[in-house]
Design a protein around this ligand. Structure first.
Ligand SMILES: C[S@@+](CC[C@H](N)C(=O)[O-])C[C@H]1O[C@@H](n2cnc3c(N)ncnc32)[C@H](O)[C@@H]1O
Length: 248
């Protein structure tokens, strides 16, 4: 079986290794690079995600691919709920733990296989992580498995911008970002991967279809910054299928 890492064709195992390497190498400069590349706008996108999240005080929320904990911290501050940050990279988790002095729970695990019981989580958020996962359909099904019936899934990801923005966006992406990555993070290849992976990722409507195929209902999306980023939303249906009820 073949997979892609940006525009390179690799095996799924090689892809996972390369992605682990990318995040291990950029972890110390990850937050700074995000601010520089997006002029700080990623913070606003993440705030929009938290505004869309509905949770009572005793809800259990998982921020998958939570990295250095930006979204987890925003959720905790705004909702006061228990937040578990799950990420495959121990380097990203360590960078987050050092940065944040909040009672968040941290777990090194992958989205393909989360250590949670069926129907046990109220809300799962995923920001800028799905694109890096090797089997996105398997991850979406795993998220659906872990959510309680009626549970919310919110996914923030780079997407396809409106046509008139594309020439400027392409110029900025190809000419500026890898140079910034080389100068600030000393990892131009990691930021070349970022740009390529965004272009390989499904557009807004294609991602809606993937959500629906994985079993989510009420699927919808909002574009931010003219579609540079999109927030997709889905709900696990209230009525479980027979085999899911048997497992409860
Ligand atoms: C671009 S960062 C996003 C971090 C954070 N959510 C944010 O918005 O700033 C992508 C994160 O996905 C994590 N990741 C990549 N593949 C993963 C997987 N299969 N399962 C869980 N996390 C994964 C990486 O370790 C990295 O921390």
């Amino acid at each position: 079986m073949r997979d892609t890492f940006g525009y390179q064709t690799v095996s799924p195992k090689q892809r996972q290794e390369k992605i682990s390497h990318v995040f291990a190498s950029i972890a110390p400069r990850y937050d700074l690079m995000n601010d520089l590349m997006s002029f700080g706008i990623h913070r606003w996108w993440k705030t929009r995600l938290v505004h869309k999240l509905r949770a009572s005080k005793n809800a259990l929320i998982v921020d998958l691919a939570g990295g250095t904990g930006d979204v987890g911290a925003k959720i905790y501050k705004s909702k006061g709920t228990s937040v578990i940050i799950v990420d495959a990279s121990k380097e990203m988790v360590e960078a987050g733990k050092q940065k944040l002095d909040l009672p968040l729970h941290w777990l090194v695990a992958t989205g393909e296989q989360m250590p949670f019981a069926d129907n046990s989580i109220d809300v799962i958020t995923l920001s800028f992580g799905l694109r890096n996962m090797t089997d996105t359909d398997a991850v979406l099904q795993e998220i659906n498995r872990c959510l309680k019936p009626g549970g919310q899934f919110l996914c923030l990801e780079f997407s396809t911008p409106v046509f008139w923005l594309k020439p400027f966006y392409d110029f900025y992406s190809w000419a500026i970002i890898p140079r910034l990555g080389a100068f600030v993070a000393r990892e131009p290849a990691a930021y070349q991967y970022l740009i390529e992976s965004i272009r390989k990722f499904p557009n807004q409507l294609e991602l809606c279809d993937q959500f629906t195929k994985a079993g989510f209902g009420d699927v919808e999306y909002s574009n931010y910054s003219f579609g540079i980023c999109a927030l997709h939303h889905g709900k696990k249906p209230q009525h479980l299928k027979e085999h899911q009820l048997e497992r409860q």
